[in-house]
Write a protein that binds this ligand. Sequence first.
Ligand code: RIB
Length: 599
Amino acid sequence: MIKEQEYVPYANLHERNNAKNKLIGVILKRNNPNRDNIISYVEKFAKEKEYCIILDYVSDEKEILESIKKLVGKRVSGLIIDSKQNIHYKNFDKLSVYINGTKNFEEKEKVCFYYRLFSASKLATEIFIKYGHKKIACIVNENDISIVEGYKNIMQEADNELDPLWIYLGKNIEDIEQYGIQQCISKGVTAIICGSKEIALCIYKFAKKIGINIPDNLSILVIGDDVILKLLDDGVSAIELPILDICASTVNTLIDLIEKKEEKELKKEFYPKFINRNSIKKPSQNNQGKKIIVVGSLNIDTTIEVSRIPINGETQLAESIKEFPGGKGGNQAVGAGKLNGNVYILGCLGNDIGGKQIYHSLSENHVHMNGIIFDDILSSGKAYINIDKNGESTIVVYSGANKKLNVNHINQYRYLFKNAKFCLLSMEISNEIIKYTINLCKQYNVQVMLKPSAVDKISDDILKDIDYFIPNEKELNQLVISGNNIEKKSEILLNAGVKNIIVTLGKKGCFLYNNNYKKYFEGSGFQAIDTTGGADSFISTLAVYLSEGKHLLESIAYAVYASGLTVSRYGVQPALPDRNLLEIYKDEIYLKYKIFEEE
Ligand code: RIB
């Protein structure tokens, strides 16, 4: 009976003596993203008026009535309720203030203070548009659909294109991290509205991994401010929800209702505001070239310095041993990344320390890493490189995890080939992949650059689809038996359908043969101390400069210099020049190769 009737001993006496319990009941939804802020602000304002709060969480609207009864049983004087609906319970109808943050808020017959997430995302979209963004994505949790509605509303008002793949409604943060961010970024958006700080954190992590700079290449704006956003990177801009103002009005109004027994019919919408930190910029006038895709080997190179490369049956003592991340694919990708190329790699690493080193070297040199997979069984590829006193080298490669790169993997990332300009292929991966990738390139109109290492023969049906064939002299001699000099042999390749043959000639430079040119380029003149990766450097430079629309002769001239710089230092990836270093030689390059006169 006591329980059913909610009997409180001496309740009337308390009432008569006006011995009020100075207690406010707060009922919040468990999944309210602002609940921590609401609790601390409500507590602060209540305390200022000498009230305490008692808190109860509910999972959904249905549990609210039970929660009200429970708190009333604890003799609260009034209630703050996070609910869309108006819930009736005895005389507490007049002692309740509602607080909310949705669009579909039932405002009738109640005292309520609220904001609309809809207004917050409208504001965010307007800000991005003001900055000049057009390709704007919106990534939210599936409960926050009103954020998407506000975003769509402004995008439509502004007559902006709206690709459905720019919107991602995630089931949870893992889903967003795994699929949502990649989906939007691969659509080339320049700005993202994040439905929560957690989403923003995942985007920062992803951007770092694939070498996207925020805000230079991607602007970020978060719905709902938080102290973590002040601390992250150089500060993340946010739309601050008016939680503080709402809590102040809610508490003060409720206490007025409790103490003066005034009947108040009050409702008010509060508006979000923009907090500008350092995560928004105008969309960059992208001066990066078109997309370059590298499909190739990833190795850890053990570089052994010897006075002379050992011959059969001979034992040599090493003068030094060094380890570097390498592999032809890895070197070409890093080379392009260092020169500011828009480069993607497809490759397979072992799940070991070497794999992590290679991964780190690629990602820190701005290579997009979407296409990397890890194999749990085989170790990362390894290359054992002997270098003699003249810097000449021989290489033995153990493929390891590179063997696990397969056609399905390439197919999974075929979307990367769309709008790409070049695909760089080297032959330390299976023939099947080479053929499959070349076919894919044909479908997507991507030009193929092939470095024919570690092969004795290349079939004519591969050659006819090669746009740039880049052997060294030894490789050329091995592949083309007939013809007694470089020019003759190159001509045979040209007749087989190759569009451009560029034979790299070490310190002597290179030779270009195509339908327009038959031309030698003299060497750069740098002293070689480790020739490993000279060709990788040449190829990546050629691809980057061509991808920016530079003339073929100019691109080759830069490639000769980049390769010269690379071989003048030990290792490959640490030795590859970056853009600033290479551009120092611009005048010398133009003068030496008479770039303007030839074009
Ligand atoms: O071209 C040089 C590369 O060939 C080395 O880094 C080594 O790993 C081998 O793949």
